[in-house]
Ligand binder design. Sequence first.
Ligand code: ZN
Length: 266
Amino acid sequence: MHTPILMITLALGLNTEPPATPALTTAQTPTPAAAPVSAPSLTITVSTEQAPDLAEWGDKAKTICTEWWPKILAELPSDGFKPREDLLIEFKKNYNVPAAAAGGRIMVNAEHVRRNPGDLGMMVHELVHIAQAYPGQKENLGWLTEGIADYIRFWKYEPQTKQRQINIEKASYRDAYRTTAAFLAWACHTYDTTLVTKLNARLRAGKGEAAMFKEFTGMTVDELWAEFIAAGAPSSPEATAKAKTKKTDNIKSTKAPGTASPAPEQ
Ligand SMILES: [Zn+2]
């Protein structure tokens, strides 16, 4: 017999133990209101045909993807979404990017792995893309798609990774990747912890637009960005956690030069 409690723990337990065997099914479990979560499983095949020497790394990648698949899905729930159940991880001999995801495949640049064997975090980034499964949007929101992928990678999977301070003169929320990730993390922390969840649901429905930010936070994305910069552009999970939240900490004259000092530039 499976208890509903167990399922909820599995679904929300991002910071708890890895989901040992997320294959428990709970057909009769009353589903919590937020999202229909049945423990998702992913059958992963690794193809090392083009890079037989990377079999061991492929195994590690598979283990991490297996562990993180349910966690990522729990971060990005949306009503009625049916995640895919199979994934092919394929090493490529010649590839112009470190890795990329498309359909049910993650293509991995073999040479990149040989040079950066510690870069397993990129697999989490690509796995987020598999979980996102976004159709096309009316606007080009590629920056947001990449930002969400790096938000999960760097703010959830490897928060200890040192981040470079964002250049407040030149950066934009449209820079994608880590910059957008830091911006999203700050906006979640400051305004609404469910912001990424909401953005994801809209994107997955093919109804993404920059105007979502105003709808969800009361501020346009440009206003939010300006505030993020004014707050010193907290660029790491540690710095994000120290940022003021609008709920608990009321604005005391925002411009306090030097007080919001995040990680020093390097
Ligand atoms: Zn990406």
